[in-house]
Each structure stands twice: as structure tokens, then as C-alpha cells.
Design a protein around this ligand. Structure first.
Ligand code: ADP
Length: 477
């Protein structure tokens, strides 16, 4: 398998550099070849998208919806091979990866149905014989820049609403998820969309991002990735006054109060912190435990952490696999070292040798101060820090002490405490007795504070981003 560009309905092989993609679970094994574009392909892709936009935007919502239903069917039929490829490319355990592909199918069907749902509102006029309405119109050519950690679901949760709203798309996936992206494009090529409605350009973010933002007339951009890149992209979009959306980092807290059901909290915290090797922007990174239950909860969490199965991503028993790449390994390994020197390791689990793959043993850490990097920075790896809080006041205060505000959880059987947390938590997604990750596709997804540009993805909110409201008024008397 090798990466290819798909521009204006034509396949081409990018010619600027070639790397062998290593399987992060077994680095001796090659998954495919990554070929990169130089930048000029971005211009061609935007031109192709612009040309076909005249056709796609004029098709009925029902006809666009049919295309999305076909995309869903094609993905569903190839679900297992897509899941296997993605697991081999970026190391997400196969069981989770299957769930992610199924999520992609659901997202396509959800947005396909939007093609025949209301695309505006009638607003009573203060004048007689005037019909006034606000209707959604497409934005034009939308650029999608996607990360490697959800190589199927994130691209689809951008593509599907963008397309159903009548936009055409230029998609730049992350380097470490480009084989999966090429595979998705191959599937979608048979869905009957006019050639050029979706364009895929493979390459380095810095280079293609610059071309997209400075040399092409894109109309909007949706990005998911790191905070530093998101802020730079947001600033470039603002300078050109184009609509943008950036989903960036998180430092999500799970708060365990003294009346929590310990077994529920332990399993949810474990899953939030360690599934996908902690590489979710909604992963649980801080565990704040009320003093009265601290010892009991931490003891049980430690016992469960010890049992975690760290394995090759294609092993059905893997709870977590390796981290996605050498770059990720270096970054997370440095945090693990600092946890060992500056904190106390409460528990870890056996992991395969790092010479075999990019394996990092999961770590449960305590004893680092609120200002330590492990408590403040997004780690994006299987490391969770436990903090002690005297009571709910201190717990909420600690949980809110972050520049990020993506997701948060509280574990409690007390309704008053649950609602207090829901109201006072400065996060875009707040959950009670559930893990910080795992928000459903039909609900808005996004963060407060430094986590996002304050727009929302998924659910009906995505339609707001991918369209412009036009207020129309007709005097008919
Ligand atoms: P991560 O650490 O998750 O890889 P990045 O922000 O580096 O996060 O990457 C997320 C996406 O943004 C990828 O598709 C990447 O290629 C792209 N990207 C990286 N740098 C830039 C940039 N300067 N301009 C546009 N896109 C970029």
C-alpha cells in the first residue's frame, strides 16, 4: 500500500519524498510507503474543488444525502480491512479501531439524513405580506486538516457535515494516518460524488498548510491537532477573515468524590486514561480524589492498572497498544522519566520491549505539585496523575486550574454535587459517572478556554460551522 493524492477525481503519486511507514506495534515491519506532495498539488485540489462546487452545491440535499449513504455502505463493507490498516499504521488496538470505523459509518448516515431535514427557519415579519426566512448556504471550498489519533472518525466527522451542507473539500490528513486516508478515499471514490467533491492531498502539515492558507482561496478551514499548530492556523485564518474551527489540546480531569461508586469510577478512569494509550484529546489525564475516599480508590485503581494488557495493536486482548510514532514515543517517554524522578509511581503494567515497538508502560503517578508539567501539560500518552482534594470545593478548583477546558467527569451518587460540577466545570463536555472520553456523535463536541476556537463539531452544531446563514425576505403583497 502507498499513499496517493486524489485530486479532481484523478489519482496521482506525490513525488516529493518517500518514507517507509513502520508498524508502531512491531517496528521491524513495514505497513506501506508514504509519498509526500510538494505543495503545488494543494492549489490543483482547491481549483478542482472550486470547479465542482458549482455542481455539488446545486444538487438537492436528498441527492447529496444518497452519496453519503453510499459512502457509509462502502465503508461498512470494508470495515475490517480499514480497521486493520489503521491499527497497523498508528497502533490503536483493533477492538477500539473497529468501534471507530463503526462510528464513521454512523456519522455518514446521520449527516446523510440531514439532506432532507430543515435547512433554515421562517421568521415572522413585522410587515404584512412579507415572507422572511434564514436559510443555510454552503461556504464553498473547505480545507480539512486532520490528526492521526482518530484516523477514520475525525476526518468523517468533518467530511460528512461539510459535504451535506453543499461544500466541496480539500483534505490534508496527518502524515502518520495517510495510508488510512488513502484507503478511505479509494472507498469513497465509488460513492458517485462528482469528481473533485472530495480531494485528498498527502504531505507535511507545515508545507501544505502554508500553501492552503497563503496561496489558495479556501473559504473555511477545520483543524484538529496540537495547540501550537491550531493557534497559528487560527491566526492565519483570522488575518484572511475566513471561517475557521480549531480543536486542540485537553488536560481532562476526572473527579472522584467520597460518595462515588468505586468500581464504576475505577473502570471509567482506567478506560479514560489508558485506552488508545492515552492518545485522545478527551483522555483522562488528571484524577482528583476526595480525601475521604483517596486510599480506597487509589488502591483499587492501582490493582486494576497492574492488570492492564499492553500488546500488539492487532491482538484482540490489547487494552492499549504502543504510541503512534517515534516522535510520540520520545515525547511521552520524557514525561514518563519526569514522573519517575519527580513523582511517586503508584502502579504500572508490564509492556513489550520498546525495541519491538513504541511501547510505553502505563503509569499512575502521585506526589507532583499543581504547577508541575505532568499536571499542566497535555501528555498524550498513558500517564495519569492523581491529586488529593480536601472536599468538592477544592476538587472543582483543582479541576478548573488548567488553560484547557475540553472534557471533565465527576463520580458521585449525590445529585447536588453532580449538578454543581456540571455547572461550575469550565469544560465543553462535562459528564457524571462516565469517563471523560466517548462523547456521542449526535451531540456537540468541543472545548472551552484554550481547547478550541469555541465552535462545536458533530451533532447539529457542525451544520452551523459548515454553512452560512442568509436572511431572505420577500414582499408578495
Ligand atoms: P499532532 O501533534 O497531533 O501531530 P499537529 O498539530 O502537529 O498535531 O498535526 C495535526 C495536523 O496538522 C496534521 O495533519 C499535521 O500535518 C497538520 N499540521 C502540522 N503543522 C501544520 C501547519 N503549520 N499548518 C497546517 N497544518 C499543519
Amino acid at each position: 500500500m502507498e499513499t496517493r493524492n486524489w485530486i479532481g477525481g484523478e489519482w496521482s503519486t506525490p513525488g516529493s519524498g518517500e518514507t517507509q511507514v513502520r508498524n508502531p506495534s512491531a517496528i521491524g515491519e513495514t505497513v506501506g510507503t508514504l509519498r509526500l506532495s510538494s505543495g503545488k498539488e494543494v492549489l490543483q485540489a482547491v481549483e478542482a474543488a472550486r470547479r465542482v462546487g458549482r455542481i455539488w452545491s446545486k444538487m438537492t440535499g436528498a441527492a447529496r444525502g444518497e452519496c453519503l449513504y453510499r459512502m457509509a455502505l462502502l465503508l461498512e463493507r470494508s470495515a475490517e480491512s480499514v480497521a486493520q490498516l489503521a491499527s497497523s499504521e498508528m497502533g490503536k488496538p483493533i477492538v477500539e479501531m473497529r468501534g471507530e470505523v463503526a462510528r464513521g459509518v454512523q456519522l455518514l448516515r446521520y449527516y446523510a439524513a440531514e439532506g432532507v431535514r430543515s435547512d433554515g427557519d421562517v421568521i415572522p415579519s413585522a410587515q404584512s405580506n412579507v415572507l422572511q426566512y434564514a436559510k443555510r448556504f454552503p461556504l464553498g471550498v473547505v480545507a480539512l486538516i486532520t490528526p492521526w489519533n482518530f484516523p477514520v472518525a475525525i476526518p468523517i466527522w468533518k467530511l460528512a457535515p461539510a459535504l451535506i451542507c453543499g461544500n466541496t473539500v480539500v483534505w490534508k490528513p496527518a502524515e502518520f494516518a495517510s495510508l488510512t486516508a488513502a484507503k478511505l478515499a479509494e472507498l469513497f471514490a465509488d460513492a458517485g460524488l462528482p469528481p473533485g467533491t472530495i480531494n485528498l492531498v498527502i504531505g507535511k502539515g507545515r508545507l501544505l498548510g502554508k500553501a492552503l492558507l497563503e496561496e489558495c482561496g479556501i473559504d473555511a478551514l477545520s483543524f484538529t491537532g496540537s495547540t501550537a499548530t491550531g493557534l497559528a492556523i487560527g491566526a492565519a485564518c483570522a488575518a484572511r477573515n475566513i471561517k475557521f474551527q480549531t480543536e486542540m489540546g485537553g488536560k481532562n480531569a476526572a473527579v472522584v468524590l467520597k460518595d462515588a461508586r468505586v468500581s464504576t469510577a475505577v473502570q471509567a478512569v482506567l478506560s479514560g486514561a489508558y485506552r488508545s494509550a492515552g492518545q485522545k484529546c478527551t483522555a483522562t489525564s488528571r484524577i482528583i480524589v476526595e480525601n475521604a475516599i483517596y486510599d480506597e480508590f487509589v488502591q483499587e485503581l492501582a490493582a486494576e492498572t497492574l492488570k492492564l494488557q499492553v500488546r500488539h495493536a492487532l491482538d484482540e486482548k490489547a487494552y492499549l497498544g504502543p504510541v503512534a510514532s517515534e516522535e510520540q514515543y520520545r515525547s511521552v517517554h520524557a514525561y514518563a522519566e519526569s514522573a519517575r524522578t519527580d513523582g511517586k509511581i503508584i502502579a504500572t503494567a508490564a509492556a513489550p520491549d520498546s525495541g519491538e515497538g513504541y511501547y510505553i508502560a502505563p503509569l499512575l503517578v502521585e506526589g507532583v505539585g499543581a504547577e508541575h508539567a505532568l499536571v499542566r501539560e497535555e501528555i498524550f500518552g498513558p500517564i495519569a496523575v492523581v491529586q488529593r482534594a480536601a472536599d468538592i470545593d477544592e476538587a472543582i478548583d483543582l479541576a478548573n486550574r488548567s488553560v484547557f477546558g475540553l472534557s471533565a467527569s465527576v463520580f458521585t451518587a449525590n445529585l447536588t454535587n453532580a449538578f454543581r460540577f456540571l455547572e461550575e466545570m469550565e469544560a465543553g463536555m462535562v459528564r457524571v459517572n462516565q469517563e471523560t472520553a466517548g462523547v456521542e456523535y449526535q451531540a456537540p463536541f468541543g472545548g472551552m478556554k484554550g481547547s478550541s476556537s469555541h465552535t462545536r463539531e458533530q451533532g447539529q452544531s457542525a451544520l452551523d460551522f459548515y454553512s452560512a446563514l442568509k436572511t431572505c425576505s420577500i414582499q408578495y403583497g
